[in-house]
Design a protein around this ligand. Sequence first.
Ligand code: FAD
Length: 475
Amino acid sequence: MNSAGRSVVVVGGGVAGLNAADALSRSDAKVTVLERRPYVGGRAYSYLHPALDEVVDSQHVVVGCCTNLIAFCDAVGLSDKIRWYDRQTFLEPATGPSGTRASTIGPGSLPAPMQYAESFLKASMLKFTDKLSIARGLREFIAGFPALDDESAAQWYRRTKQSAGAIRHFWEPILLATLNDSAENCSLKYAGKVFHELFLKSSAGGRLGIPTVPLSDFYAAGADMIRAHGGIVELRAGVEHLVQQNDGRWLLKCADAEYLADDVILALPYEQTQRLVAGVSLVSANGEAIRSGLADSMSHFQHSPFISILLWYDRQITDLDHAWLLDSTIQWFFHKSRIRGYPEQQGSYVELVIAGSKTELPMSRADILEPALAELKRFFPEAGRARLLKSGILKEARATFSVTPGLDQFRPDQQTEIPGLYLAGDWTRTGWPSTMEGAARSGRLAAGSVLGERTRFLAPDLPPDGLMRWVAKNA
Ligand SMILES: Cc1cc2nc3c(=O)[nH]c(=O)nc-3n(C[C@H](O)[C@H](O)[C@H](O)COP(=O)(O)OP(=O)(O)OC[C@H]3O[C@@H](n4cnc5c(N)ncnc54)[C@H](O)[C@@H]3O)c2cc1C
């Protein structure tokens, strides 16, 4: 397929759409992004909260193995807006006479796949039997992870007799943070991928990167770069109808404008994709009506929610930038004021995360906030002495899709059966769970497919290092 000078409309300015448009804007295609909201970034967004009078967002993190997202950030000039951390702190809450206990996990002097062994051996959060259990479990992912997605992570816990402590203090927190759902609802394929990439394959795969600016400011750089390459980014441009004309070109109708394109990339979540394609009368290259399986496949996806609790204190409550909170309904603590480099005198601005929060989603603000404040004091006693200046709760009911066992067969390819129609979005077939990296990959694969070379814009995976150079089969 020769796409020289073809016009491509990308519908959706989330991470997938921005990656697709950025890639195409560097070729000779004419690119237009149509985004319904007044800002880009999609689910990775920030906004001015009117009641709090603050620009707020739900913390998004990236890890070292997210090579496509990192390549995008490098290309659009965002590298200096990510703060990287090699070590992570796991905190056990104070109970009775014993205070908070901290375990630090990070790479040591041993080569991959043993880079974390020294820190695991020292970790007080795990008993000796838990450490043996984790070592036994991780050994299963040294060479890679399952190709099939039929087994759940919970079935694997039982099959490999993982200890309760190993599950509670290691497997479960990591799964919730990366796959945003419980082990029953996550296939072992994606759980194994996380453990292989973050803890075994290389010393850099598990590094944690946190944006140092609010997310819409962060991703605005992507839109600026697309414009700098001659592309167009239209905000407040929600596409309401999609019509394929007799000449094969696409007519996209917004409330007050229409756009014509040779090719369309729908870089949308699955429901919005379903809605737009449902109205299209689908005709194949030889003019026959197509009964598309697309809409059916989307009915197999389910959402998992995410809740962020934002707190502003009058003083510093800890000198940690972030921490995993164990034995708590809160999994993660981000000290946003420190990560963003705000002056200490401004106090602490923190975010507490409840991932996969199906139980908490219907709860009232007070029912979420009060226990969270009590929990926080168990980890950071200074929070009990500090004055809480303001607080907010962000609920994202449709934060991610769950990588439920058996879902892979329903994740569509970026190239559809309909000529000129392509899909992107974290939910499409990328081999990644619902993440910004999955979205970035999908956008790049869609852009490559438009130009007839699917993987043209895909960044290489992080290479294995240490002893893993000889054993990692998925490398
Ligand atoms: C609270 C929260 C925390 C998360 N934490 C992390 C994390 O730490 N790390 C991580 O990697 N991932 C995280 N994720 C997941 C990550 O945000 C998503 O996987 C990723 O952003 C999805 O990008 P996308 O482009 O596929 O879809 P989206 O971000 O949903 O983008 C779709 C875009 O299309 C637009 N749109 C919809 N309909 C139309 C229409 N008709 N016309 C025009 N535009 C339209 C939408 O406004 C949106 O901008 C988190 C998600 C949430 C919600």
